[in-house]
Design a protein around this ligand. Sequence first.
Ligand code: GLU
Ligand code: MG
Length: 447
Amino acid sequence: MQRELLEKQLREQKIELVRAIYAGPDGINRGKAFRPSDLDAVLESGIGLTQAQMSVTVFDHLSPLSHYQPVGEVRICPDISTFQVLPYLPGHARMLADVKTLQGADWELCPRSLLKDFLRKLFKQGMQIQAAFENEFTLLEKTEAGWEPVDQLNCFSSAAMDLASPFILPLISALEQQGIKVEKYYPEAGPGQQEIPVQHQAGLQAADQQVVFKETVRGVALANGYRVSFMPKISPAFAGNGCHIHFSLWDENQNLFYDPKGEFNLSKTALHFMGGILKHLPALMAFTAPTTNSYRRFVERCWSSSYTCWGPDNREATVRAASGFQGQEAATVNLEYRPCDPTCNPYLALSALICAGLDGIENQFEPGDPVLTDPALLTAEERRSLNMNAYPLDLEAALSALEQNSVLRSGFGESRITDFLTMKRAEIRMIDSLEDDGERLAYEFRF
Ligand code: GLU
Ligand code: MG
């Protein structure tokens, strides 16, 4: 966005506060807000932030084992191209930010800079990624018993649409006013569960859009007397909140995942990318399913996927090869990565997918045979013969896999991985020390 246009909007919309928001490695959108009169200074030098803030857990706890301690400073540097007036909060605007060194260079823990690095790597090989994060979330209303899901109805039920309707249209309007194209809307399988797929975007914008999407869903809910939860598994009895990542690789003019002669219209590039993803699972899941609660979502026959495999339009597979729409196959064939949930940091999650996929392309990894059934319906022996592994049972298992994964370690950099492992292990210890419903209290409204 041009500077003059931004200043015009600040004036005309009577903006009092501009938020500079960054997505922390812990998955929480954080930031500091400034007065419009300080715009010049903020754009020139950023806003101060203690380095250790990027190492804190979702409980704002800093592990004594962390490399970063309360000495040392970085800067929150808003990206002017992401400026938006908040349609749901009069007087407020937002920019998304990188976290940089005092000299304005990329900082080693900034998730947004990491994604830019991976996008440059792709670009050097003549490729770009298009992606969309497909969130599910739970809409809650205030009752005498506390915050409860707005419905106890069915998946895609029009009666559930009626119950959510006072929230949905303001939400769609707020998303579209910020340039997010809403593709569909439907209530999902869990009580109060909603899904609003949005149009895919090129790499960085896709991750930025995910931050804006969650900010907007939460803000519109609050403005209309509701609350939302992005927690992956609110209750063992409810369908989980997933955040599948749809993606495809493109050169300047075509979808590199599409080959009309390939089985299921998939190219070699698509197969090798999937080969990389399956090879690097479960380490990848440390970034795409990054909370202790994430692992409660992976239950057989709950459509979350729970075994390492791929299949055409298979909603119980790690990667669903999504069929193209008739007449638009070349534009619409894409892959859907399913073991992701909305507690992820989208920059880290997309970086991890690209890192694994590029390794698959480089080494021409094969993804194995497509799975044409629900893996839970196979015997353990059949799954073994197809090289299908059950997902890690908990976050620590995914972190250990990450710790041992040399491709992700070198792709992300040692210091970033060490810091992430230290932070997430501190989070696990904290959750373990809580009472029975501690996990719910800890995660329900934080993301
Ligand atoms: N709620 C399911 C999950 O946990 C996904 C259902 C679907 O959209 O296929 O991922
Ligand atoms: Mg869904």
